[in-house]
Design a protein around this ligand. Sequence first.
Ligand SMILES: Cc1cc2nc3c(=O)[nH]c(=O)nc-3n(C[C@H](O)[C@H](O)[C@H](O)COP(=O)(O)OP(=O)(O)OC[C@H]3O[C@@H](n4cnc5c(N)ncnc54)[C@H](O)[C@@H]3O)c2cc1C
Length: 456
Amino acid sequence: MDVDVLIVGGGISGLSVARWLAQRGVTVELWERAAAPGGVIGTRRAGGYAMETGASLMLNFRPEVTAFIEQSGLASRKLALRSDAPRFVVQRGMLAQVPTRLGSLAFTPFWSHCGRLRLLAEPLIPRGGDEAETASAFVARRPGREALEKVFEPMLASTFGCDPDRAQARAVLPRLTALEQRFGSIAVGVFARKLRRQAAPAMEMFSFKGGMQSLVDALAMNSGARLRTNCAAAVLAREPDGWRVRGRTDEGERCLRARHVVLSVPAVEAAGLLDANDPDLAALIGGLEYAPLAVAHLGFERAAIEHRLDGMGFLVPRAENRTLLGCQWSGGVLAERAPGGKVLLSAYLGGARAAQVADWDEATIAEAALGQLAPLLGLRDAPETTHVVRHARGLPLYHGNHLHRVRDVRERLRRWPGLHIAANYPDGVSTRDRIVSGHGVAREICGQREARGATI
Ligand SMILES: Cc1cc2nc3c(=O)[nH]c(=O)nc-3n(C[C@H](O)[C@H](O)[C@H](O)COP(=O)(O)OP(=O)(O)OC[C@H]3O[C@@H](n4cnc5c(N)ncnc54)[C@H](O)[C@@H]3O)c2cc1C
């Protein structure tokens, strides 16, 4: 064998597996098709602005992710956002602040009287048990329809790009559905944990000095893997004790034998590599739907925007009938995203709700973003900088009985020893979930090596 593990794909999924394996002393080579690692994550710089191409923030509550970031040398580069920073949603064409404190429930005009009572009645709702229940049905059944329309739908549409009427609750709201299963109610579960002093681990929201690019750069530098960019895996063939992988590089073909192969590429690429070995597995993975996402970065003089831009941005519920999913602005700890006296607005468009964005060119995307932002934020002038990022397949959609499909994929994968998947289509799209899932795959590989008696 040329190497213990070959990882195909150098996004956060592949880089995380590499880093976790390197900590265990396993020899790893990583192939990335593009000229640089990072996948959808990256920070572009122009005119003093720092613009994220993909993930812009990490939301973390997992201790292993905290440790991973520290061990990757990134703890001192973290820029943590205040957890109580104001958040807004659009309501009837205007920005409304979302109440985050329980104490304000009785007074805030955000909730109608019925919505407020329905929230308070959540502990009285009987436990559900349908594994295939949609996110909409789950939220409407527990905290109520108003909570769905004002809070959960816009949150799920922006973080998963999904349509909650079609997304599986247990796939996109795993913590809340687990609380219901365990305690019969979300509120009772949170309260019971507090009583037992099992408060959920602290939730942190952060980026890094230098943007999310710092995360992928640090991982690429410290991964311990032999990293080959401009190297696209093209053919995957099973051998008695591992895999032979052929790839295309600028210099010609590269062929490598590895005991384990980790596919950290989007579903359609994985399906292409698997098709010759297992067409059924390839069809299961290749059949996954994706939603397009576009980001319009717009740089303004601060004086050109009327809104006070406190907090970090806003989300847009579907009732507002817009292609805009939400917008983030620079400021506070994220002030470094714009030069002094200026502001960067990053508008997100598309998702399952507005799939037509996939067919739009950059000028149309920028125009649509500006048209929707202008009345919400009081834009008085044109942006001095415009930069649009398009992702035709932005996020995999956890629609239908997603967990059933994932179980089928894992079952089928057992027929192929040494083949692993670490990517955002089975088990979580967030950067946090990518690091957690990378840990799982690294442990699986180390476990199999130990069982074979390989020295680690
Ligand atoms: C616009 C946008 C905003 C987001 N915002 C957030 C956010 O704020 N917070 C958050 O936590 N998450 C966010 N996400 C989600 C998160 O960024 C992604 O789910 C995650 O980065 C995906 O990482 P990945 O490594 O699985 O896939 P990718 O990043 O897609 O990486 C796959 C890599 O495989 C390579 N590749 C493909 N085919 C081959 C081949 N044949 N051979 C070799 N290499 C190949 C590709 O070039 C690519 O580099 C966002 C996503 C998008 C699109």
